[in-house]
Design a protein around this ligand. Structure first.
Ligand code: BTN
Length: 282
């Protein structure tokens, strides 16, 4: 009896994922990004799956989407939890013609593309980027990104695969108490159910345009767009560091061409490549 119930649930989930995939293929208008795609009912982590697919030779732009992750990975070794069948959980395999030192341009491009896409779905609300690449709506985090590269052995070698994993809380209706004061979803902020696949395909189209225009020699237009969406610009903030007790206070003044945060501190402008920003006004 129990076996039959489980089997029928599995059949329903497979039918559901096939219909999402059909909608995706009908809507997607990119040349490369997302053209090769795998849609999964459940996996450990789309980043883990994408990395092994990349190492087997997956083409640039290949995408893995999952309705549920049992081992979703966040930044700094954290876990990423998300309600099944409510959100966007996916990873893109890229083979950028950039040196490892410039890979932050990928997350900068993705933050811009996703912020500008989300904006069109949640009007009149405006999303903002919290440095380096969280997306906030009404000051709470709805999206995180995790960029992982295949190998750091040869620091000069270009076109090594990287995996860009994105978790966007779209229609999640509640969060565990431990994160409910910081996390949100587009549904919770707008009161509207947001169509996930149209959001995903429009993001891929926007990212494709930006991604193929990135060059290390001309980062200014992308950075200007990124800064125009940056939260807490010119305001007092505190920068904390994972695994450390010290913190730095200052005013966010700029972001460098490699994505470093330029903070005006008591001792002058300092650059940071990592850290967690909180606004002192919060
Ligand atoms: C963060 O900590 O803010 C980054 C979260 C990234 C989560 C996404 S969900 C899809 C992809 N697969 C993972 O295991 N992680 C990323």
């Amino acid at each position: 009896m129990l076996g039959t119930v489980k089997e029928s649930c599995m059949i329903q989930l497979r039918t559901h994922i096939r219909s999402l995939e059909r909608e995706y293929r009908d809507l997607l208008q990119t040349h490369t990004l997302g053209q090769c795609a795998r849609f999964l009912v459940e996996t450990d982590s789309t980043n883990v799956q994408a990395m092994s697919w990349a190492q087997e030779g997956a083409a640039e732009g290949s995408l893995i989407f999952a309705e549920h992750q049992t081992g979703g990975k966040g930044r700094h070794g954290r876990i990423w939890e998300a309600q099944p069948s409510s959100n966007l959980l996916f990873s893109l395999i890229l083979r950028p013609r950039l040196t490892p030192a410039s890979l932050s341009l990928i997350t900068i491009a993705a933050s811009v593309a996703l912020t500008e896409t989300i904006e069109t779905f949640i009007e009149p609300l405006t999303p903002a980027i919290k440095w380096p690449n969280d997306i906030l709506v009404n000051g709470q985090k709805c999206c995180g990104m995790l960029l992982e590269s295949a190998s750091a052995i040869n620091q000069q070698k270009k076109e090594l695969p990287v995996v860009l994993g994105i978790g966007l809380n779209v229609n999640q209706s509640q969060f565990p108490e431990s994160i409910s004061s910081r996390a949100t979803s587009l549904l919770l902020e707008t009161g509207r159910h947001i169509p996930r696949i149209p959001l995903l395909t429009r993001f891929l189209e926007k990212l494709e345009t930006i991604y193929y225009s990135i060059t290390e020699q001309n980062t200014a237009p992308l950075l200007a767009r990124y800064k125009s969406h940056l939260a807490f610009m010119n305001t007092n903030t505190t920068l904390t560091f994972v695994g450390r007790t010290d913190q730095v206070e200052g005013i966010i003044r700029d972001v460098s061409s490699t994505g470093a945060l330029r903070l005006e501190t008591k001792t002058g402008i300092q650059e940071f490549h990592a850290g967690e920003v909180t606004s002192q006004a919060q």
